[in-house]
Ligand binder design. Structure first.
Ligand code: LLP
Length: 410
């Protein structure tokens, strides 16, 4: 919950400028109430269907963020051994963890088998054989869903489209039945479900509807072959409002799915990331310098593409607001960071209240794929993260130090 009270931006009951002054910038600020609200709206939206929401940890893998969802009863969607480690520390029950990703290693699979996770989403025949071998070496049966590549356009940015035949993800739908037959023949594999994920930041219902149709056709083909599934995992991908987008709500989606799902008892799994955390976080930064070149006006801030890579990587739009409105006239500016790349910007030709040196700005909708994608590029220690709950706040990740930059180096 980020909103203005008079001229000042609040995170729930705490002034954002208070946090910035106390903790320094760049600073990620999360609202616990927003995290809970988005989770509950998803959960409520699909209340009609048996379902499990597995938070896609890649969007924000901070332990305290995970803990909020684990407490709500969510599961986790992980894509590496590192995310499994974090998921368990956050308190997610292993029986609510699904393991996605196109290139899981033997070591990662064994780690997850030993922890007893709910399901592996398998993306190729070779991976299926590897998992069978890993499970055999541990004298276990590995629970499996095959990830389908449904060849459906998600109508989103090409770098975050995952469900077309151009993408590396999943098993082509035309190979699915034969791959399940292989899975059935493997002694250490237990077929559990079917999964797909068609892309991210999807802002209309229709790609999801088309994709559901493909999935249900496959479920029926498999059932005709005597392969019964317990769950159908529809991945993540539900978009949020960064600027003027009007994405469907979870309950809009559920309504759209209802006719197709009537009379079916399959448990639904979802892997939302962005929807759960995107608008629950902001990145606070301080204006270092302003520069008028005659051609343009640049506002140079202390956060950079290493802290929030989305504008540099995807030309993504993030709203920027002053943390304290200073009442000055609006100007058209580029908001840029200190990293030595022209791609290091947060906004281009943005109409903003002209900020003073030293003022704080809030880059909004930064809770998903923000800190999680940050790096130390240009030897910049990573930002601190703070969680606000009502009038209370807690640092949930310390700002990195210079020593952190060289840890492990000789
Ligand atoms: N499940 C799978 C298998 C995925 O690959 C993803 C995201 C998700 C779930 C969660 O999707 P979401 O609900 O967050 O859309 N870094 C990019 C987004 C990459 C998404 C990758 N996969 C960005 O900042 O826009």
């Amino acid at each position: 919950m980020f909103k203005f009270s008079g001229k000042s931006l609040l995170a729930e009951g705490v002034g954002v400028s208070v946090l910035a002054e106390k903790l320094g910038t760049p600073l990620y600020v999360y609202s616990e109430a927003s995290l809970i609200e988005s989770y509950r709206s998803f959960d409520k939206g699909f209340a009609k269907f048996p379902h499990l929401i597995c938070f896609a940890m890649k969007a924000n893998s901070n332990l305290s963020v995970g803990r909020v969802f684990a407490r709500e009863g969510a599961g986790a969607d992980i894509v590496s051994g590192g995310e499994l480690y974090r998921a368990l520390l956050s308190g997610f029950h292993p029986k609510r963890i699904v393991f996605s990703g196109v290139g899981k290693t033997m070591d990662e699979m064994k780690y997850a088998l030993k922890k007893g996770i709910y399901c592996f989403n398998i993306e190729s025949v070779e991976e299926l054989h590897a998992l069978n071998a890993a499970a055999k070496s541990l004298k276990m049966k590995a629970p499996v869903a095959l990830r389908v590549n449904p060849d459906v356009q998600a109508d989103t940015h090409h770098k975050i489209t995952t469900g077309t035949k151009e993408n590396k993800f999943g098993i082509p739908k035309s190979h699915i039945v034969e791959t399940y037959e292989i899975a059935k023949s493997l002694k250490n594999i237990a077929i559990t479900g079917i999964q797909a994920h068609i892309g991210s930041q999807i802002t209309s219902v229709s790609p999801f509807e088309k994709f559901l149709k493909v999935m249900l056709e496959l479920v029926d083909q498999l059932s005709a072959k005597g392969i019964a599934l317990k769950h159908m995992d529809l991945g993540g991908g539900l978009g949020i409002t960064y600027n003027k987008e009007t994405p469907p709500s979870p309950s809009d989606l559920a309504k759209a799915f209802e006719p197709q799902l009537k009379g079916r008892s399959l448990k639904l799994l979802f892997e939302p990331g962005r929807f759960l955390v995107g608008n629950a976080g902001i990145l606070v930064t301080q204006v270092i310098y302003r520069k008028r070149t005659g051609h343009k006006t640049f506002v140079i801030v202390d956060a950079a593409m290493n802290d929030l890579a989305r504008p540099a990587l995807y030309d993504a739009y993030h709203e920027i607001v002053p943390v304290h409105k200073n009442g000055s006239a609006k100007e058209t500016v580029d908001v840029v960071g200190p990293v030595c790349e022209s791609g290091d910007y947060f906004a281009k030709a943005r109409h903003l209240e002209y900020p003073e040196q030293g003022e704080f700005l809030a880059i909004q909708s930064a809770g998903a794929y923000g800190f999680a994608m940050s790096s130390q590029y240009n030897s910049r220690p990573r930002a601190a993260e703070v969680m606000v709950s009502g009038k209370k706040w807690k640092v949930v990740r310390k700002r990195e130090t210079l020593e952190d930059l060289i840890r492990g180096e000789k």
